[in-house]
Design a protein around this ligand. Structure first.
Ligand code: ACO
Length: 153
């Protein structure tokens, strides 16, 4: 795969729900993030292969929501490209901190975020139990707590 062919831009077409729901199974929460944040997509030969939403938490803090790469393209460094892009965008918008949250059970995502310089900053206990109607399991572990990772820009 030639990553030079990938462009990342603001969404100007209907939201790619199939991708967005890979990152968060709640359509209600996805719609909330879409309405509050700016949505960026990664395009390759007119195919949408990645997405993330950049949300403003306060004057100095942005948060990445709903980051996802189409399954057949995962593991090729596109997730890292999206994280780098979000970092540049947040910096350009004047943020001092960029954060991202994931479940205690999402081990590859936890590794990825730490590799890209995010540091564990907060644990929201029982977030997934309290906010989702169905229990979520990954690799046999229940998603219970929300781990927040932050990066100084
Ligand atoms: N299995 C295990 N580890 C993987 C895999 C995989 N299939 N794919 C990526 N990784 C890990 C590796 O550690 C890799 O690091 P390395 O290249 O140094 O070995 C690292 O992730 C980065 O890989 P990328 O290829 O850049 O990541 P990718 O393009 O696959 O995107 C993403 C990562 C967005 C997490 C993708 O796998 C995905 O869409 N997953 C499903 C949706 C999801 O869970 N989104 C995050 C939810 S949390 C939130 O949105 C805030």
């Amino acid at each position: 795969m030639n990553k030079d062919q990938i462009t990342i831009k603001l969404l100007d077409s209907p939201p790619p729900y199939e991708l967005l729901l890979l990152a968060d199974p709640s359509t209600k929460l996805v719609n909330e993030y879409l309405s509050k944040g700016e949505t960026y997509i990664a395009l390759m030969a007119e195919e949408t292969i990645g997405v993330y939403v950049l949300l403003q938490r306060d004057d100095k803090t942005r948060e990445i929501k709903n980051i996802a790469v189409a399954e057949k393209y995962q593991g090729n460094g596109i997730g890292k490209m999206l994280l780098d892009h979000a970092t540049s965008e947040a910096k350009e918008k004047g943020a001092h901190t960029l954060c991202i949250g994931t479940a205690n059970s999402s081990t590859s995502q936890i590794n990825l975020y730490q590799k890209k310089g995010f540091v564990l900053s907060e644990i929201k206990e029982n977030f997934f139990i309290d906010n989702y109607t169905e229990p979520i399991f990954e690799n046999g572990t229940q998603a219970a707590h929300l781990l927040m990772f932050s990066k100084k820009l």
